[in-house]
Design a protein around this ligand. Structure first.
Ligand code: HEM
Length: 508
């Protein structure tokens, strides 16, 4: 018997081993076959989780939901499942470790109609066309050397707004002034001397910015064609597109006339803006993917919208925070005044030295990143933090929630520029707890351009004026609530009274 038992030991052991291997294989196989999607809130038929969003700001709702469902969740809005990332680790995975998988943008009706069939940089699918466009924008407009070459434009336009404020009726609508100033700066840099279309463009730009910030039934209910017709969204967007066409056709015609006059001259001899460069490249055969007229218009739109809205929104938030924090305002004004040191004006080269002001801008971008939800799309089914994200899933990285997560930030809700002093943390896409410009392949290419405008204009505003809330209101009374658009703006426009501190120079 004992013998028999002993003889059966190897058999038992090998059977057990076989079973273990089989069960293990079976489990790992079932893991591959039944991947887990990220968890998410319960859904109602047809509308999905839309009821959570009703009349509330999506980025706030998503942060709230993430406390229950975790750093990566799946939220169905209408018929579409959105993967929402709300932690530094999830952001790092999406924007860095698996960046190529997430380097696409969701396909939306605004991109399709207003942005010329997504033939711009923001909306174009990841691939050689997008790469080529991004490179052209970078070389012709957005690289550091080019950005520096526009310093005189920024100096002129920021001084124009300072003069304007000094003579304007009080209180001053800061949003209006800052929007116009940023638009003038990017227009002059991107399309040349002040254009006769500027006023019309400002109006259309506002419309484009508004429609960019809206949720469209067409996008949320792709299969319910009747809703598409009833919503009238496509007609509205096509009307905007026709108005843009008119402006851009004129701008392009002016540039073609100029190009004809310059024919025969070397590129180096001619002062080119980005429209000149795009038109020249369109006729050259070296491009990997040919440029079309629609593509050129779409790029102009990207630059004008990207360059106008985000910068002006950040300056408005910075001024709002400074109004609520008079001690920080005083310290910043002192720093700018010291930098003036007997000169009659601040130039861009002086701004480099304004470290406290730069920390104020960093802190403003932390608490009020204009792009709260960074939109990407999954290109290839993959695993993130142990969950499967299917190809084609739109992904939103909640930069707003991450930027103020108390796990990474002390006194996360307070405005404390000092937190950045002497710290290496910055917005170039290497710190995933701080994402005002995104990260990875699709990080904002206008970062340097935007910051140059913000730094100089804020320095000028602080140098030339003392600021007060109108009607004797106290700083604590300033309403800081937000409203959702393409950039998240203050719900109410910031209105301030300005008293000149030092004489304003008449020329740059
Ligand atoms: C303070 C100012 C600005 C902020 C906070 C900002 C923020 C952002 C963010 C968060 C993204 C998405 C990045 C991602 O997906 O990872 C983005 C993309 C983009 N931004 Fe900006 N931006 C600013 C200024 C500008 C300016 C001045 C321009 C152009 C003149 C510009 C042009 C663009 C373009 C073309 C894209 C799309 C890039 C792509 O898809 O490859 N932005 N921006």
């Amino acid at each position: 018997m004992e013998h028999l038992l002993l003889a059966s030991v190897p058999m038992v052991v090998s059977t057990m081993l076989f079973l273990i291997i089989f069960i293990k294989k079976g489990f790992s196989k079932s893991k591959v076959q039944c991947p887990r999607p990220p968890p998410g809130p319960w859904r109602l038929p047809i509308i999905g989780c839309m009821h959570h969003l009703a009349s509330r700001l999506s980025f706030r709702v998503f942060r709230h939901l993430s406390l229950t469902y975790g750093p990566l969740m799946l939220v169905r809005i209408g018929q579409v499942d959105f993967a929402v990332a709300s932690s530094r680790e999830a952001a790092r995975e999406i924007l860095k470790n698996q960046d190529p998988n997430f380097a696409a943008r969701p396909e939306v009706v605004v991109g399709d109609i207003v942005f010329y069939g997504c033939s711009d940089v923001i909306f174009s699918p990841y691939g050689p066309y997008w790469k080529q466009l991004r490179y052209i924008c970078f070389m012709e407009l957005l690289r550091t050397k080019r950005v520096r070459s526009f310093a005189s434009i920024r100096e002129e336009e920021t001084l124009n707004v300072i003069r304007d404020i000094s003579t304007a009726a009080q209180p001053i609508n800061m949003r209006e002034k800052l929007f116009r100033m940023s638009n003038a700066i990017i227009s002059r840099a991107a399309i040349g001397p002040r254009s006769k279309h500027q006023e019309t463009f400002i109006l259309v730009a506002r419309e484009v910015i508004d429609v960019l910030g809206e949720f469209y039934a067409v996008d949320m209910f792709p299969s319910l064609k009747l809703i598409h017709v009833l919503s009238g969204a496509k007609n509205k967007l096509q009307r905007i597109r026709r108005r843009l066409d008119k402006i851009f056709d004129d701008i392009i015609k002016e540039h073609e006339v100029k190009a004809n006059m310059n024919k025969g001259r070397q590129v180096a001899e001619v002062e080119e803006d980005i429209v000149d460069a795009l038109l020249r490249l369109k006729d050259e055969s070296e491009l990997q993917v040919p440029m079309t007229m629609d593509g050129i218009k779409a790029v102009i739109l990207d630059m004008l919208v990207g360059g106008t809205e985000n910068s002006s929104v950040v300056i408005e938030w910075a001024m709002s925070e400074l109004m609520r924090n008079p001690k920080i305002m005083e310290k910043a004004q002192k720093e700018v005044m010291e930098e003036l040191k007997g000169k009659n004006r601040i130039q861009e080269t002086d701004v480099v030295e304004l470290n406290y002001l730069k920390s104020i801008v960093k802190e403003t971008l932390r608490l009020h990143p204009p792009v709260r939800l960074i939109p990407r799309m999954c290109r290839k089914t993959c695993e993130v933090l142990g969950y499967e994200i299917e190809a084609g899933t739109p992904v939103l990285v909640n930069a707003w929630a991450i930027n103020r997560d108390p796990q990474y930030w002390e006194e996360a809700e307070s405005f404390r520029p000092e937190r950045f002093e002497g710290k290496s943390i910055d917005f170039k896409g290497g710190n995933f707890e701080y994402l005002p410009f995104g990260a990875g392949r699709r990080i904002c290419p206008g970062l340097g351009f935007g910051l140059a405008t913000i730094h100089l204009s804020l320095a000028q505003l602080l140098l030339y004026f003392d600021w007060k809330l109108p009607d004797g209101r106290k700083s604590e009374e300033l309403d800081m609530s937000e409203t959702l658009g393409v950039s998240v703006t203050r719900k109410t426009e910031l209105k301030l009274s300005a008293t000149p501190r030092i004489p304003i120079p008449s020329t740059v």
